[in-house]
Design a binder for this molecule. Sequence first.
Ligand code: M6R
Length: 612
Amino acid sequence: MCGIVAYIGKGQAYPVLLKGLKRLEYRGYDSAGVAIASGGQVQVFKKKGRVSELEEALTGREMEGHCGIGHTRWATHGEPSDINAHPHTSSDGKLAIVHNGIIENYSQLRQELLNKGHRFQSETDTEVLIHFVEEVRNNNRCSLEEALRIALRRVVGTYVIVILDGDHPDTLVAARKGSPLVIGIGNGAHFLASDASPIVEYTKEVVYVNDYEVAVVKADELILKNSSNEIQTPYVQKLDLELAAIEKEGFPHFMLKDIFEQPRTIFDCLRGRLDAAHAQLTLGGIRNHVEALKEADRIIIVACGTSWHAALTAEYMIEELCRIPVEVEYASEFRYRNPVIRKGDILLAISQSGETADTLVAIEGARQQGAIVLGICNVVGSSLSRLSHEGIYTHAGPEIGVASTKAFTAQLAVLAMFALKLARDKGSVEEGRFRELLTGLEGIPARVETLLEQNGKIAEIASRYRDSRDFLYLGRGYNFPVALEGALKLKEISYIHAEGYPAAEMKHGPIALVDENLPVVILATRDRFHEKIVSNIQEIKARKGKVIALVTEGDEIVPSMADETIRIPEADELLAPMLNVIPLQLLAYHIGVQKGLDVDKPRNLAKSVTVE
Ligand code: M6R
């Protein structure tokens, strides 16, 4: 989704903005722009396409100024174009704005402003907003800060806004509601951004602005005020992020780096929590809700996309180990369908970014109805972590590739620990089984390491199937959500149509698609369904389908039937998804790369979906 970066300080703004825009590219965007205040003027440059195209267009131009704002846009109102790109300006050209979010009542505001003589160049809600702020300022003869506060009382929707004023190049004014805004505190400078990635190389001291706060930012001063105009004390936090974590470090793509980091990220996720030798599991983040969890009649899990696939896996884990009914919901459906929530219900919200709009609204609604909200999230300090009563961080580190990979396996690791911990607290799991799973979980990072050695082989398999028009992914039990995730990865990265199905459902429809042109990826690792999966493979082969099978090391039956075999280290079926998804991530990655696609920034996708 849209990304914001802004700078005010003693140095030149443009280099900071440009570098910041490049750091924000991973969020997904279709155009980019900057505005710089200098000599009483506001210079605005914006362009459809990549940040590199904007940079090229600006090469050789004087880009002087100590105060500037930048933006990468992901179109919502109006097609991707130079005109619709941000920043947008007021009628007099003195104010420039960058905005992330959606102004839901923009058409009403637009009409009112048109009646008052305002004229708009773009189709965006953002241009309406800056004209509205200008109108309020002129009518009330007040400061920009005051005008923004008054204007926001009328605004319905979500936003992070940063406004620059050509007449006051010593000040930036910013506000947020529903989308994150981080302010980095430098030496005689401040850096504002939608996430920490454009800030980390300048400072580790940051302030996360809260909803409804307005920030007035100068080079050496930061004033935060709430909606009642009361000054708030900024809570300065130390950023737990290294620059290396957001650079490629020799990998050709962030996605491949993310995939190859998984032995370490799963290890980091387990570290300090799991101690197999002493059969101990500690999840400090949910320590105050142990009793509520033990007594829960049911657990509802809300999430979107890949996180929803992790939620489905959790349903299998929790029901098996804890014997508590679990309902898994798409957050986007849950928030609108008036769900039955009882006081004391546990709502587990899963999100990599912690900023997914549908998930946030779903948990707000559930909280209002008395649910206990526990968040599972990767981004420390995200909106989800603030909205949850308690929660568990996945500690996968910044995931830069748009396609979620390492965040998924870290979510699975957290969910396995969650289910095991709850099962032990409830006494619903035998001690032997508990210890066996703990030891198995501890061994996962090493097994992932071994699995990654097949990267070259998977690239070869990719080369044989990259021109296929469709793919089918099949799995049963714990492998069914993995089949869904494998299909999603392929769709996102290679733009090939792919469907994930429970293998037994194949006969109820998808089998009609099977012919010699259809690759079918079958998750056939050893579990309680193994014989049934073998029958499914025979059914596909009988119709000349091409079988790409994932099998447990030592299995010789499936390889004798399959066209391609990927061998997976032995693991308990409950833990196997953390291994089985990895070749599917690599398959999608290699097909995307071999088709010449931009795997880190797939078309139309955004890293965190901050609008509904
Ligand atoms: O940040 P979240 O986990 O809440 O994001 C949810 C989905 O938008 C996300 O998983 C999306 O499906 C990814 N592109 C998957 O690769």
